[in-house]
Design a protein around this ligand. Structure first.
Ligand code: GDP
Ligand code: MG
Length: 177
């Protein structure tokens, strides 16, 4: 019935992964609170933020997880990945080493997930195009080779931040509905 459909609820866990200082915490704070922090320290306290979207008239909640800086020690635990239906794999377009790490993050994600994960490759800090070390083409072709969506973002000036999260969340919805 209509009533049963209205009662239907969706709650999806989405994780953000990638090397230290690529902008993971700022992507989340920009998306969830429209905030940016120029001197953000390792995330303290906040494990995740919940955002609610309307998709095809359904209320969809995304529980978006941020690391607490453990990635510096290559010690992101399996608990972090557990139950994730979506992932943003982030690198910094101005630091090639963070792009070179992407395959390792994808492997870690594969190792820990037991379901289809909607994955988006995110080249963050596109406002730093003047000191770019990774071209858009390189990002695109890695994403194509690995079967990921691809987008460049800036948590600083907000470019594509909402779009990046919402493409992943909509893809999860499509996968499960
Ligand atoms: P995390 O370690 O991946 O969570 O990265 P943070 O979100 O803590 O960001 C690391 C540093 O990069 C901070 O100094 C941020 O201000 C800066 N940063 C994050 N996103 C951007 C961005 O889109 N553009 C620029 N220019 N700096 C950014
Ligand atoms: Mg962080």
């Amino acid at each position: 019935s209509d009533e049963e459909e209205e009662a239907e609820e969706y709650l999806f866990k989405v994780v953000i992964i990638g090397d230290s200082a690529v902008g993971k915490s700022n992507l989340l704070s920009r998306y969830a609170r429209n905030e940016f922090n120029l001197h953000s320290k390792a995330t303290i306290g906040v494990e995740f933020q919940t955002q609610t979207l309307d998709i095809e008239g359904k209320e969809v909640k995304a529980q978006i997880w941020d690391t607490a800086g453990q990635e510096r020690f290559r010690a992101v635990t399996s608990a972090y990945y557990r139950g994730a239906f979506g992932a943003l794999v982030v690198y910094d377009i101005s630091r090639r080493s963070t792009f070179d790490s992407v395959p390792r993050w994808l492997h870690e994600l594969d190792t820990h997930s037991d379901t289809t994960v909607a994955r988006m490759l995110v080249g963050n800090k596109c406002d730093l195009a003047n000191i770019r070390e990774v071209s858009v083409e390189e990002g695109k072709s890695l994403a194509e080779a690995e079967g990921l969506f691809f987008i460049e973002t800036s948590a600083l000036d907000s470019t594509n931040v909402k779009t990046a999260f919402e493409i992943v969340i909509k893809e999860i919805y499509n996968n499960v509905s």
